[in-house]
Design a protein around this ligand. Sequence first.
Ligand code: ASP
Length: 327
Amino acid sequence: MNSRRKFLLNLGVGTLGMGLLPKIGLGSIAKTNKPIVLSTWDFGMQANAAAWTILSKGGTALDAVEQGVRLTEADPRERSVGYGGRPDRDGIVTLDACIMDDKANIGSVAGLQNIKHPISVARAVMEKTPHVMLVGDGALQFAKEQGFLEENLLTAESEAEWKEWLKTAKYAPVVNIENHDTIGMIALDDYGNLSGACTTSGMAYKMHGRVGDSPIIGAGLYVDNEIGAATATGHGEEVIRTVGSHLVVELMRQGRTPQKACEEAVRRIVKFTQNRGQSLDNIQVGFIALNKRGEYGAYCIHPGFNFAKYDRQGSELIKGQYFLKNK
Ligand code: ASP
């Protein structure tokens, strides 16, 4: 056996496995950029700051993503997440959220009413039940059993807007409403472990009972601690159709950078939309992704999508690159 082959076998990789190795050269192991946290949209800046206080003190990515997005959930000015979120067409605020850790533990809630922090209920589903997803009344019942307090989530502003909407009751989602929608957050901690969280009030004035991508593991969020993590925002139906976040992680597994993986997943959505004879005009989807080395990327269909990054280099709001270059 030649010495190169012996060397590879000692490393536990044959020539077949070589193709799967990250392209960094065996002699130059790239330094991991950790800790790092990424979030969707402008409000990710504030949420990342909360996550960073945990990550920078040696806290876990799981705690960081939960605490980070709780800030957005509690903020009534954010009209697409948690308290103050826009209601469904019947005037009821229903929340969707999910969480996933480095050991592939998952928890999620959908159609949850009257609880300000669906992400923490999702975490309780993950840690305290044999299940992975609770919906509607069952999710509320479980939350109350866990000591979460019921409160009215429909603020005067959201109620007034909904009443205005009722005058025409036209359901026509517009891309990049107010430049923020779902908060998806993914983080890599100092121990090299990844976790993610995703939380939303979903599409404004949706049908009662509609569930988007955000609470669906694989669609709105996915984490594989060997590879990376991804999360999505935008039209949930399109993200579910492509199991978008799982797709991004699998594309990274095949060797793509986070940036290229997000681009390919967006192209898949574009292709499916066109194949179905639908227009891209009002379909916006954005992905953010982070790999095990702390490299990151983002991509969306229309211009207007931002994401926030916080690492040792500081806190930054970054413009997402987009598919529709002619806009
Ligand atoms: N993805 C969310 C949903 O479909 C909404 C959004 O991010 O705008 O419910």
